[in-house]
Write a protein that binds this ligand. Structure first.
Ligand SMILES: [Zn+2]
Length: 298
């Protein structure tokens, strides 16, 4: 029987990403995700700058290596390298409108390659496979209906961050041009959905309002759309349609993925690189970039 066409083409056809995958995965099994392998070069650990996040009593100051900030985010790289910017002259930047808790996640990933202590690196595909029942329909819900303590509810492999935190970190990364963090959030969100079997649709408007379809669809929005289209029953979408923005619903109906067969369901869950940017290495001096990590899924 002919294999059904893959109706969810990769959202990003980034040639440098393909090169990066091929470079680290000789042989037929091109399944290593470069996002989880590339780490900053030693030269990124250079001058220390101060980042003040938030306002008043709730603000927090982070001391960071300037090179590391630039490695993680193009916006931070520009902020501290342009001599006409006050930030570059004083070595201090203030982000009043950001949440220190979200910046702390970003900061933690920069220094440790993890968003939380038990995060596996690379996010292990075996974790997903363990929960990878492709016949189990995905449930849509509201964020208030989710478990407050994911670890208590789903065990040690649960992602101990809430969707809301993941999505706010994602939008922080989009606004700071930090594609590596975007990929990490996409992976963790995917994994969380596989483990918990639920998507809080009332958080989707926040993502849609803060991202754009141009020049290509946003990766996280695209991933959520694909997961709902492939794994949720159409009746669930009808029940929660008022929670989702029109633009997102249009994308859902366009995908016509409710006709997806078992092959496509399996393919969609077997790897998440179809929703990654793989924008690495970016202006980082390839030769100098340390290749760390090991073999792993994704
Ligand atoms: Zn990937």
């Amino acid at each position: 029987m002919a294999r059904p066409p893959h109706i969810l083409p990769p959202v990003v056809s980034n040639p440098s990403a393909r090169d990066a995958i091929e470079r680290v995965t000789p042989g037929p099994r091109a399944s290593l995700c470069p996002t989880f392998i590339w780490r900053p070069p030693v030269s990124a650990f250079d001058d220390i700058v101060s980042i003040v996040v938030g306002q008043g009593e709730d603000s927090k100051t982070f001391q960071c290596h300037k090179g590391l900030l630039g490695f993680a985010s193009e916006v931070f790289a520009r902020t501290f390298s342009n001599p006409s910017f006050t930030e570059a002259q004083t070595g201090t930047a203030t982000f009043q409108h950001d949440d220190p808790k979200i910046f702390e996640l970003f900061y933690r990933y920069m220094y440790t390659g993890r968003l939380f202590e038990t995060m596996q690196k690379p996010t292990s595909s075996t974790v997903v496979f363990k929960y990878c029942d492709t016949n189990k329909p995905l449930k849509l819900c509201l964020s208030q209906d989710l478990e407050v303590h994911p670890v208590r509810a789903y065990g040690p492999h649960a992602i101990p961050l809430h969707f809301d935190e993941l999505f706010r970190l994602y939008i922080f990364a989009v606004s700071r041009i930090a594609p590596e963090i975007q990929d990490v959030v996409v992976s963790l969100t995917f994994e969380k959905i596989c483990i918990e079997g639920k998507v809080p649709v009332d958080l989707i408007p926040y993502l849609v309002e803060n991202t754009t379809d141009e020049p290509e669809p946003d990766e996280l929005v695209h991933m959520l759309r694909a997961m709902i289209a492939v794994f949720a029953d159409a009746s669930e979408v009808t029940e929660y349609c008022e929670e989702m923005p029109q633009r997102f619903l249009a994308m859902l109906y366009e995908s016509k993925s409710w006709m997806a067969g078992p092959e496509q369901r399996k393919e969609t869950k077997s790897c998440i690189c179809w929703a990654h940017k793989h924008a690495l290495p970016r202006k980082r001096g390839d030769e100098d970039t340390a290749l760390q990590g090991g073999s792993g899924g994704y």
